[in-house]
Design a binder for this molecule. Structure first.
Ligand code: NDP
Length: 267
């Protein structure tokens, strides 16, 4: 019977508590001062986590923590400076305790026709969106694997799956991150470290709103391709992050979750 099955299950006790709670957890959200990262930080902290956000601009981070409340802290940091990422993670763990959750959210984009993209452009995008993501993931995962506990999230993009004009380097970086998720999920599974991606569709941030408003044709095209008929909000990504970071997703690893109002149904 069902009751016999659940009684025999070693993790059955979980169902009694709120499996979405992040109470007592420590999270690091890169690029947490603005846009999607800011709302991921807010949602994780509302779910009970202590959150450290990073970014390059101190004034932006100060404003964010003032808005987010006492369980969110900031550290000014450039993820592109790979040599100091081990030190960053060590500093966070000395100050706040063991990291339970890493959200690789910091990312940059550039819109240019492919034939105008220089080697320098291409390297710059790949460096932030891929090299830095790997280096920080490795620094955190080393500790998580040793502790046999941890969750890593990648903020990917539907640009990883579909041909979207003028984002060749960005799409390459996000596709590479999706590939990385599967390999790392396989390598870390036995050590109870889960890793998943969230693939946002068109999300309204200050930046994307400005870009869309200045190009009504692009805005209309994006809207036509979105079955739900509206763009997503940064909190929609935050809520998905809470689920994937929590014990509610304890059997989910190596996945990529589209949060895109139906873009992934097909263009
Ligand atoms: P934002 O530009 O608002 O956020 C990017 C954040 O990353 C900023 O806070 C920025 O802060 C930080 N950042 C950039 N470079 C670095 C760096 N070298 N070191 C540390 N922090 C850095 O954009 P979004 O919120 O839209 O993007 C967040 C993520 O979501 C990105 O990975 C993006 O690719 C992804 N995404 C967004 C979509 C959208 O529609 N908005 C759709 C699909 C994916 P600072 O400049 O101060 O360093």
């Amino acid at each position: 019977s069902d009751s016999l099955l659940s009684a025999a299950h070693p993790q059955a006790a979980l169902s009694a508590a709120n499996p979405f709670s992040l109470e007592g957890k420590l999270a690091l959200v890169t690029g947490g001062g603005t846009g999607i990262g800011l709302e991921i930080a807010r949602c994780l902290s509302v779910a009970g986590a202590t959150v450290v956000i990073t970014g390059r601009r101190e004034a932006v981070l100060q404003e964010a923590v003032a808005d987010l409340g006492p369980s969110v802290h900031y550290l000014t940091n450039d993820v592109g400076d790979l040599a100091q990422l081990e030190e960053l993670v060590a500093h966070i763990e000395t100050t706040f305790g063991p990291l339970d959750i890493l959200v690789n959210n910091a990312g940059i984009n550039m819109k240019k026709p492919a034939l105008e993209v220089t080697d320098e452009d291409f390297s710059r995008i790949l460096h932030t969106n891929l090299n830095a993501v790997f280096a920080l993931t490795r620094a955190c995962a080393r500790r998580m694997v040793a502790r046999k506990s941890g969750v890593i999230l990648m903020i990917s993009s539907m640009a990883a799956y579909y041909g979207i004009d003028r984002v060749v380097a960005y799409a390459a970086s996000k596709s590479a991150v999706e590939g990385m998720v599967k390999v790392l999920a396989s390598e870390f599974s036995k050590d109870n470290v889960r890793i998943n991606a969230i693939a946002p569709g068109f999300i309204e941030t200050e930046m994307s709103r400005t870009a869309m408003n200045s190009d009504p044709e692009r805005r209309d095209r994006a809207m036509r391709r979105t079955p739900m008929g509206r763009f997503g909000q940064p909190q929609d990504i935050g809520h998905a992050a809470v689920f994937l970071a929590s014990d509610a997703a304890r059997y989910v690893t190596g996945a990529s979750l589209p949060v895109d109002g139906g873009n992934s149904i097909g263009f």
